[in-house]
Design a protein around this ligand. Structure first.
Ligand code: F6R
Length: 602
């Protein structure tokens, strides 16, 4: 959600903080701010809206100092105003925070002798710390005493008046990294934020706090014991934070898909067989539990079709925020699988912790190998999508599907459901996908030619059957996220049970249907729409277009693909429809309103 950075540098830190915040802006962009210590004095600058506004403020009202903290906000408590923007300051303490302090009301009541100026939960942290300073505690003790009183999830960085060589950093429920430089030290929400300054990173463990000075970091565990945490060199990723000639990161990421999918498949396929770490073993698994949020959840719904059809494994698929409180019985022979691009999604992490002791094995499919979800799983399978900057997930979804399809093939082999010839045939289909995706990308202009009309719609429906049903859900999610047009995905056969009441000529209906065994049934559903003046945009292959392309508002002819793997290919038109519609609407494609990339609050 929010992004945090801290620098104890050897030059002026304001520009360094702002640059680092740019790399964290994907986490939130309602407002931003920085605080520094200069000649012992704590001072801050804040601005509502994008980071560019903070940069403007700093041009007119610069902030000096070689030590500082910064923040980019995704509002939780209190609207996006300058007053509610971080850093929050109370007397001699400034604080930046990612997460939610759940007991902030109680803390406010306890601190009723102090004057609060914001609506935020975070201000209580600064006020409490200042209160401990008032009581005579030193800076480090005041900060650690403060932490003891906080319930909820947080990554925090404290900066103090009169002390230019100390940042107190703490992690509970939200990730925080410490970066090691030459006579300089850094704190950041992730390694990417710190990548131009250093790639030597120590991730704080859950419950850790640290006293960071220019000489290094002293790290303590949740019990206050000195802790030894490894510093690791994280591969440079800064180059990936360039739009590569595209207008938006989202476009770049859509067009990267053939390459990243191919890289991903190369990691899990050798010759004609899929290959995974030895402990990925489905032989004795009696049930799959797949849990995730948003787009990653739709990847799990697609995978359900694969695990059930190919491997004969029953699957339960859940939204993480429901699963974690539902208390579902978990078989001790179950394999629990968690899918997350960021690896930090609070609900998914909590769901993982819920099954950790119960399921036979916890496997995660993640894009960030150092993430909390990866580290807390028995086996973490990286998707190798590279940094995904666009808030709407595209290439990470593609590679989640790539790993899940490969895993389902492994499960089918291990459980004796497919022979070597079928495995080789499926792998050959998978290997053809990057090329087919390239062909689908070449349809961009055709797709774009209908999006001006689509952008006029108030509501759009997506339909699909079988593994294309979750693709209908994903197509609708992409469209609403970045174009702000209301859109819903339905299983084609479900339409007549209610949603068909919505159909009239103003509601475009996008039907995603390769010519598969269920195609005729989907065509019947499409006819039901057209009989009610509905405008159908059929996305199918040449056979499907020949059979059912007449009378539609639009028909897009896609390359042919094995129907079971069609979701990977049909992700492309779903993404391009959303992207081009958003361009017509003039929305902020990479940073759509109200969203954030890494959702570390419940
Ligand atoms: C949609 C999107 C979100 C994420 C969801 C889970 O385009 O990106 O729905 O898929 O917030 O995030 P991760 O995968 O990081 O757990």
């Amino acid at each position: 959600m929010c992004g945090i950075v801290g620098v104890l540098g050897d030059h002026e830190v304001a520009p360094i903080l702002v640059e680092a915040l740019k790399r964290l802006e994907y986490r939130g962009y309602d407002s931003a701010g920085i605080a520094t210590v200069q000649d012992g004095r704590l001072d801050r600058r804040r601005a509502v809206g994008k980071l560019a506004n903070l940069s403007d403020v700093l041009v007119h009202d610069p902030l000096a100092g070689k030590s500082g903290i910064g923040h980019t906000r995704w509002a939780t408590h209190g609207g996006p105003t300058v007053t509610n923007a971080h850093p929050h300051q109370a007397g001699r303490v400034a604080v930046v925070h990612n997460g939610i302090i759940e007991n902030y009301r109680d803390l406010r009541a306890r601190l009723s002798h102090r004057t609060f100026v914001t609506e935020t939960d975070t201000e209580t942290v600064a006020q409490l710390c200042e209160d401990f300073l008032d009581q005579g505690l030193g800076r480090r003790e005041a900060a650690t005493e403060t932490l003891k009183h906080l319930d909820g999830a947080y990554a925090l960085a404290f900066l103090f008046q009169g002390e230019a060589d100390l940042i107190v950093a703490a992690r509970k429920g939200s990730p925080l990294a410490i970066g090691h430089g030459e006579g300089e030290m850094f704190v950041g929400s992730d390694a990417i934020a710190l990548s131009p300054m250093t790639n030597l990173i120590t991730y704080l463990d859950e419950g850790d706090y640290a006293f960071v000075t220019r000489d290094g970091a002293q790290i303590f565990d949740a019990h206050g014991r000195l802790a030894n945490r490894d510093a690791r060199t994280i591969p440079a990723q800064a180059a990936q934070l360039d739009k590569g000639g595209h207008k938006h990161f989202m476009a770049k990421e859509i067009f990267e898909q053939p390459v990243v999918l191919s890289d991903c498949l190369n990691d899990y396929i050798v010759g004609d067989t899929v290959t995974f770490p030895d402990d990925v073993d489905f032989t004795d698994t009696d049930r799959m539990i797949l849990v995730a949020c948003g787009t990653a959840h739709y990847a799990c719904v697609v995978a359900k079709y694969w695990f059930e059809q190919l491997a004969g494994l029953p699957c339960d698929v859940d939204i993480a925020s429901e699963f974690r409180y539902r208390e579902p019985p978990v078989s001790d022979r179950a394999t629990a699988l968690f899918v997350s691009q960021s690896g930090e999604t609070a609900d998914t992490l909590a769901a993982l912790r819920h099954v950790q002791e119960k399921a036979a094995r916890v496997v995660s499919v993640v894009n960030v190998p150092e993430s909390s979800i990866a580290r807390e799983s028995d086996v973490a399978l990286p998707i190798h999508a590279g940094v995904e900057v666009g808030v709407a997930s595209t290439k990470a979804f593609m590679n989640q599907l790539g790993v899940l399809a490969t895993l389902a093939i492994l499960a089918a082999r291990q459980r004796g459901r497919i022979d070597a010839a079928r495995e080789a045939a499926l792998i050959s289909e998978l290997r053809s996908l990057p090329g087919l995706i390239n062909q689908a990308l070449a349809l961009e202009d055709k797709i774009a030619s209908h999006t001006a009309e689509l952008s006029e719609a108030h509501s759009v429906l997506f339909l699909g059957r079988g593994p294309m049903f979750p693709m209908a859900l994903e197509g609708a999610l992409k469209l609403k996220e970045i174009s702000y047009i209301h859109a819903e995905g339905y299983a084609s056969g479900e339409l007549k049970h209610g949603p068909i009441a919505l159909i009239d000529k103003s509601v475009p209906v996008i039907v995603m249907a390769p010519k598969d065994a269920l195609f005729d049934k989907t065509v019947s559903n499409m006819q039901e729409v057209m009989a009610r003046d509905g405008r159908v945009w059929l996305i199918t292959d040449a056979d499907g277009a020949a059979q059912a392309g007449d009378g539609t508002w639009a028909t897009l002819t896609m390359p042919r693909v094995d129907p079971i793997l069609a979701p990977l290919l049909y992700a492309v038109p779903a993404q391009l429809i959303a992207y081009h519609t958003a361009l017509h609407k003039g929305t902020d494609v990479d940073q759509p309103r109200n969203l954030a990339k890494s959702v570390t609050v419940e």
